[in-house]
Design a protein around this ligand. Structure first.
Ligand SMILES: Cc1ncc(COP(=O)(O)O)c(C=O)c1O
Length: 442
């Protein structure tokens, strides 16, 4: 695809003045506008958005009802800090969140600004309530970039290089990966071993986990893993923190992925899609856990901003009233089945994993060795972009299929057609190595 001077100018200027930490570049796409599953760049090219701006735009871009709710609120007032005063959308949203989160116990809510800030909140709440200091997390997990969230992330050494001391007393253990890693039983055995050899269980405040590991490449444990994990936690007075920043708000076809398993987290952390792109995150936890600390140990001036809260209330209404959970299941199973059928013809697809519209396609150099093929993955995404589709990858070789939950069957068909065309092109050597200098990915 030709990149005009207009686009190059913006990108070059951005690169000159923005810190290198702020972006893992995919394509030279400068967004101008977006609607539904489509994004249009400043050149006038329109793309199917297969990643919903990193699983944030679950209701689709600029959903009419959400735009209306935002506009209505903007005309009333833009902000007054809920740290000192009250506003209706704040209280209304907290009530709704208590209602839609799993767990048949009394709950309370605290808002944050990003998923990471609420991960930090959950860690602080767990430590304050239990009076314990240690946290157990999982290898390959991604929980964000604030100091606390970074400390409990097991994604890769790049994230922790050169940033100095992080939070102490964080212990990592393997997460089930039925394709190329540990089995459920091995993971439970390793957790027992960790508690027997290194970590006194009575000093552990919480185990933090993604119900389905997202950035690790969509790893989906079996129910048995969660029943065992809950048993270990309950026997030792350890709290369970479910990080649903990526899996929440209908992404898996359930409002929260925790509903897919027999486990009741004590705290659920949410962000990303909560307010359809307006900045907001939240933690919803057992009442007593959320009362184990005092103000102002976890507040932020603009957390619970009134426009974000109004957008979040309407986001939840839209997900419920427009059948987006059922649609995510229906479209998700169509895409997953088609991708699995494509495995017959395309050796590069090693595995297809998914729940609802949270789908990972594992691209390998060799099906027997399961060697991760980062180059082909990046080329696939580049060619998909050239053909009009935003497609990203994580864990270096897993295609991230996370379109808006409002995607129609025709749109899904078109999207998989584009992916298949890109696959033929990569297999036939039609995408040059030179594109790898541009697309870095994650
Ligand atoms: C599971 C999970 N937790 C936490 C975060 C951090 O969220 P944020 O970038 O909004 O701070 C992310 C972001 O990608 C995530 O996927």
């Amino acid at each position: 695809m030709k990149i005009s001077e207009k686009t190059s100018k913006i990108i070059n200027q951005d690169m000159k003045i923005m810190s290198s930490t702020t972006r893992c570049p995919y394509f030279p796409l400068v967004v101008d506008r977006a609607k539904g599953i489509y994004v249009t760049d400043i050149e006038g090219n329109t793309f199917i958005d297969m990643m919903s701006s990193a699983a944030v735009m679950n209701t689709g871009h600029n959903h009419e009802r959400i735009v209306k709710a935002i506009n209505k609120q903007v005309n009333k007032f833009i902000h007054y800090t809920p740290a000192y005063m009250y506003h209706t959308p704040h209280t209304e949203l907290a009530e709704l969140l208590i209602d839609i989160t799993p767990g048949s116990f009394e709950k309370k809510v605290a808002f944050g600004l990003s998923g990471s800030s609420s991960v930090d909140g959950a860690i602080k709440a767990a430590k304050a309530y239990t009076g314990r200091n240690r946290i157990i997390s999982f290898l390959r997990s991604y929980h964000g970039t604030t100091v606390g969230a970074l400390s409990v992330s097991g994604y890769g050494p790049e994230m922790k290089r050169k940033v100095g001391n992080l939070m102490e007393d964080v212990h990592f253990t393997p997460y089930p990966d039925s394709y190329r890693g540990y089995t459920q039983d091995e993971c439970i055995a390793r957790l027992h071993e960790l508690l027997e050899t290194v970590v006194p269980a009575e000093e552990v405040a919480a185990i933090i986990y993604e119900p389905i590991q997202g950035d690790a490449g969509i790893l989906i444990p079996e129910n048995k893993f969660y029943t065992e994990l809950e048993k270990i936690a309950r026997e030792n007075g350890i709290l369970l923190i479910a990080d649903e920043v990526q899996t929440g708000f209908g992404r898996t076809g359930s409002m929260f992925a925790s509903e897919l398993f027999d486990i009741q987290p004590d705290i659920i952390v949410m962000g990303k899609a909560i307010a359809s792109g307006m900045p907001l995150s939240a933690m919803v936890g057992r009442k007593e856990v959320m009362e184990g600390w005092s103000a102002p140990v976890h507040w932020f001036n603009t957390a619970g901003n009134v426009i974000s809260c109004a957008a979040a209330v309407e986001t939840i209404n839209v997900i419920k009233e427009e059948g987006l959970l059922d649609n995510a299941k229906k479209i998700g199973s169509y895409i997953t089945n088609r991708l699995r059928n494509m495995m017959k013809e395309h050796e590069m697809i090693g595995d297809v994993r998914g729940k609802g519209l949270l789908i990972g396609v594992d691209i390998v150099a060799d099906r027997d060795t399961k060697e991760r093929d980062k180059k082909s993955t990046a080329k696939l995404c580049w060619r998909a972009w050239e053909k009009g589709m935003i497609l990203a990858f994580f864990s270096s070789n897993v295609l991230r299929i996370e379109p808006p939950l409002s995607m129609t069957m025709d749109e899904a068909e078109k999207a998989v057609d584009i992916l298949e065309e890109a696959m033929y092109d990569v297999e036939n050597g039609l995408v040059s190595d030179s594109v790898l200098a541009n697309i870095k990915g994650w």
